[in-house]
Design a protein around this ligand. Structure first.
Ligand code: ATP
Ligand code: MG
Length: 406
């Protein structure tokens, strides 16, 4: 096991402007600290071009698991800080190479000095350390242009920093730098992926979820909450706003022609999402729609539904194929949960033949038969807000359930 002493974090897509840059760095530093709060020995040092995390004995592996998921990080490296002597540099370089080198790999040594009074210059250090490695390891092959491993040595006044891994960060922008929005989260495959993509662009989201007891079960609600817990790994706590939707669905079903059930339900969802957004200071509504995927997601449907608001409705997966969305859902860890068969409110009240080309005028005309304001007001009065933390569980685990049955 290597004793890494710190982690060097390099920033992502930095805006060049002064204040934005400061906001970006401050937010990223705060997000990194938040995701690592349960490691009390860590120290954080944000600088203008990168951030150092001093490990003070904390294992890099654990820190690595969290850092992977922080948006705004371009790359990061575990580093060993060592004394400013040739002997210490050579020993550390060797232990790093032995830990990461695999037969067939090529390498090079890349030295930088910020202390120009150090007794060796960069060329001397490159060749001395390279020679030392060749003397102590078999099968090494140097390669200057495209090496598999780069051993980076940085000589500074307070010590020498050595690393040979460049890990890919999650990219994107630090969550919070783009402002707040609401996300319409179902229990399906698409909206969790859309949530991840919104977070990746720095948007701080709150989940709006429609549920319809007694038609939908506690499990469907728990599933949406648990999906939020997975997404909270990428942002820290996310508020989950559950909105009761049964009265609206029953009323629409009773009073309006079947062909428009879906369109009008969606118009109500969007109105409610917009009301919640306004109350909570959000600036956009996100959802998981993809063009042409189902009847409610044709361009005609989107027009007829979007008619109820001028707030931007942003659809991160709008042009993605289902297979692409599924791939991403697997990568971010939501897929297995999304395919669990607890039906949500839309499935239960889905008409057998929804219109794929609903008309805006017709939708407005039918809706005028309902007490829209009263329905909205009562749904708003029934809202429940739950803060959800990374990996929080809401579905009883299967083994516990099996034990109950015995
Ligand atoms: P998903 O996989 O996200 O459920 P989908 O392809 O199944 O999407 P729909 O069920 O038609 O499509 O829903 C389209 C979008 O509407 C969803 O991505 C989500 O943003 C929103 N939505 C649907 N049902 C709900 C719900 N119960 N609560 C909140 N938002 C919902
Ligand atoms: Mg769905």
């Amino acid at each position: 096991m290597l004793n890494y002493t710190e982690v060097m974090v390099r920033y992502g897509e930095l805006s060049t402007k002064g204040k934005n840059r400061k906001d970006f760095i401050n937010r990223l530093a705060a997000n990194i600290q938040k995701t690592l709060t349960d490691f009390p020995d860590l120290e954080f040092h944000p600088k203008h071009d990168r951030l150092h995390i001093v490990l003070n004995g904390t294992s890099f592996e654990e820190v690595d698991q969290r850092l992977k998921k922080v948006f705004g990080i371009q790359t990061y490296s575990p580093v060993i800080k060592t004394e400013r002597t040739l002997e210490a540099i050579e020993k550390t370089a060797l232990s790093l190479m032995q830990a990461t080198f695999k037969p067939g790999m090529t390498f090079k040594v890349n030295t930088r000095r910020s202390d120009h009074h150090f007794e060796y210059d960069t060329n001397e250090l490159n060749s001395m350390v390279g020679d030392y490695l060749f003397d102590h390891m078999d099968g090494l092959k140097a390669e200057m242009k495209h090496p598999d491993l780069v051993l980076r040595i940085e000589v500074r006044l307070d010590g020498v920093y050595i690393s040979n891994e460049l890990l890919q960060g999650a990219g994107g922008m630090p969550v919070g730098t783009a402002g707040k929005a609401v996300m319409m989260l179902s229990g399906g495959i698409d909206s969790p992926v859309a949530s991840y993509l919104a977070l990746k662009r720095g948007v701080d989201i709150e989940m709006v979820h429609f549920f319809s007891p007694p038609y939908t079960t506690d499990k469907a609600l728990a599933k949406a909450k648990e999906l939020t817990g997975i997404l909270a790994n990428y942002s820290g706590k996310i508020n989950f706003i559950a909105v009761p939707f049964a009265e609206i669905q029953e009323t629409i079903k009773e009073k309006l022609p079947e062909g428009y059930l879906m369109t009008i339900q969606r118009r109500f969802m969007l109105r409610l999402a917009d009301k919640i957004r306004e109350k909570r200071g959000g600036k956009a509504i996100f959802n998981g729609e993809s063009v042409g995927q189902v009847a409610s997601q044709t361009l005609d449907s989107m027009m007829a539904i979007n008619d109820v608001t001028t707030t931007p409705v942003l659809r991160p997966v709008v042009t993605m194929d289902k297979t692409e969305i599924i791939k991403l859902a697997e990568d971010i860890g939501t897929f297995d949960l999304s395919i669990m068969p607890f039906e949500d409110c839309c499935t239960i009240f889905a008409p057998p033949r929804p219109k794929t080309k609903p008309k805006v005028d017709k939708a407005r005309e039918y809706e005028a038969r309902l007490d829209v304001d009263g329905l909205i007001e009562r749904a708003m009065a029934g809202i429940e807000i739950t803060p959800i933390y990374p990996n929080q569980k809401f579905l009883a685990d299967k083994s516990a359930e099996d034990a109950d049955l015995l």
